[in-house]
Design a protein around this ligand. Structure first.
Ligand SMILES: Nc1nc2c(ncn2[C@@H]2O[C@H](COP(=O)(O)OP(=O)(O)OP(=O)(O)O)[C@@H](O)[C@H]2O)c(=O)[nH]1
Ligand SMILES: [Mg+2]
Length: 407
């Protein structure tokens, strides 16, 4: 047993001063977490038109501007280096080798944050061949940086003969990944779904040095990767909270989120890479925490929740066990992950979710997790193993059709 630093008997909301303090704590914690993200640098190589820009914009959560040096965005933790003017034709290959080698070398002299961390080498899958000269060139590349071979504009999920052939060539690549970065319209009625992006993200993450992983996870659009990382973090955080016994009850009273839980929430926020400003966070916290108009609702739910937990409802003086505190912290973390998954999903579909809608989901999820005692995330909404190369009909068409099936 340990003493809960929150006075559960207190009824009055604290003064706004305290609320401002809370916001300040949040912003401090958020900035600290932001500063710890670091940076990830990817070098992309591929002939003109293979689909480099399309791929980059499909993988990362913000559109990156194409510049002379590559793809970047101010304050974005990820940078994609390009080799401008690259033509991979006979006479150019030597120059490209030099350019690529030099870029890697130059970056290597700088801080590890500036190193090239991984190379994406792109070939158009439909070209169906790799010229001998390009193959020899690729084999001669000695980059000291892991290379992923990406087969772009892939139209079938079936393993191609080209892929099989490439696999036999002993190329210095760590993985060969077929991908369709954007849905492909075959004709008015048939669209092939995008494919392979999740594998690129996972493989890249696996190959990245630790210094670049946070930045990559922050930068990607892949909600499942983010959620999994956040889940691991929350689980270990809640365990640590139980051990130190310093965890107050989440949302149990007015400006209540104690520093530790704020740290957890801001950390999850940076994993998702959501640019929440003070106003947004403030609205969210206040509507949950019971400051302002939503106070009654929030507090009533919280006190009901507390009654559901064995031991807590009857406890006097705010004393709960470390295990209970840990369970509540876990529930809060998991609820926040679920809320951010939905927020991000909406955002990627071009819809903005308001902070009060987000708060509502958070509270509802928190309630769910506390009541059920569930300690895992909820199902990923899209099953991972959908048959991707099946050509799908547009939803608005309805006549029967045998489709352009896999060959
Ligand atoms: N539907 C679909 N089209 C693609 C895909 N990849 C490339 N394309 C198309 O192929 C063309 C070239 O793609 P880009 O992404 O501009 O190619 P790039 O490698 O950036 O070309 P450069 O900048 O000239 O070197 C564009 O018209 C894209 O629409 C894909 O995954 N799906
Ligand atoms: Mg381009």
């Amino acid at each position: 047993m340990y003493i809960c630093p929150i006075d559960l008997t207190r009824k009055e909301p604290r003064e706004m001063e305290t609320y401002d303090d809370l916001i300040e704590t949040i912003m401090e914690s958020y900035q600290k977490a932001q500063a710890e993200i670091g940076q990830c640098n990817i070098l992309i190589i591929g002939k003109t038109g293979v689909g480099k820009s399309t791929l980059i914009n499909a993988v990362f959560r913000e559109p990156l501007a194409e510049t002379g040096e590559g793809y970047l965005k101010k304050d974005f933790p990820l940078r994609v280096y390009d080799t401008p003017g690259l033509e991979l034709e006979t006479l150019q290959l030597k120059r490209v080798t030099k350019d690529v080698g030099e870029l890697i070398k130059i970056k290597k002299r700088e801080n590890v944050k500036e190193h090239i961390h991984v190379v994406w080498y792109c070939i158009n899958h439909n070209a169906n061949r790799l010229e001998e000269i390009e193959k020899e060139w690729l084999k001669s590349l000695d980059l000291e940086v892991p290379i992923i071979l990406i087969l772009t504009q892939t139209l079938t999920r079936k393993r191609s003969e080209f892929t099989a052939w490439l696999e036999r060539q002993n190329l210095p690549v760590r993985q060969i990944i077929p991908v369709l970065a954007r849905p492909k319209e075959i004709d008015d009625e048939h669209i092939i779904k995008e494919y392979g992006l999740d594998q690129i993200v996972q493989t890249t993450l696996d190959l990245l040095p630790e210094v670049a992983q946070k930045a990559f996870i922050n930068a990607t659009k892949d909600i499942n990767i983010k959620a999994r990382r956040a889940f691991n973090y929350v689980t270990s955080y809640a365990t640590a909270a139980a051990a130190t016994g310093a965890t107050p009850i989440p949302f149990s009273d007015a400006p209540i989120l104690a520093t530790e839980q704020v740290v957890m929430l801001t950390h999850i926020t940076t994993i998702f890479g959501l640019p929440f400003d003070a106003g947004f966070i403030g609205t969210m916290i206040s509507s949950i925490a019971g400051v302002g108009s939503a106070s009654l609702l929030g507090r009533a739910i919280v006190s009901n929740l507390l009654k559901m937990i064995p031991g807590v409802g009857t406890v006097a003086g705010g004393v709960i066990s470390g295990a209970t505190a840990s369970a509540l912290t876990l529930a809060l973390g998991l609820a926040y992950i679920e809320a951010l998954k939905r927020y991000m999903k909406a955002k990627l579909q071009g819809k903005e979710m308001s902070s009060s809608d987000l708060s509502k989901i958070l509270l509802e999820q928190y309630k769910y997790y506390v009541q059920s005692g569930r300690k895992t995330m909820q199902e990923e909404e899209e099953p991972k193993n959908i048959p991707i190369s099946t050509v799908r009909r547009r939803p608005e068409k309805s006549e029967a059709d045998d489709g352009v099936a896999e060959k």
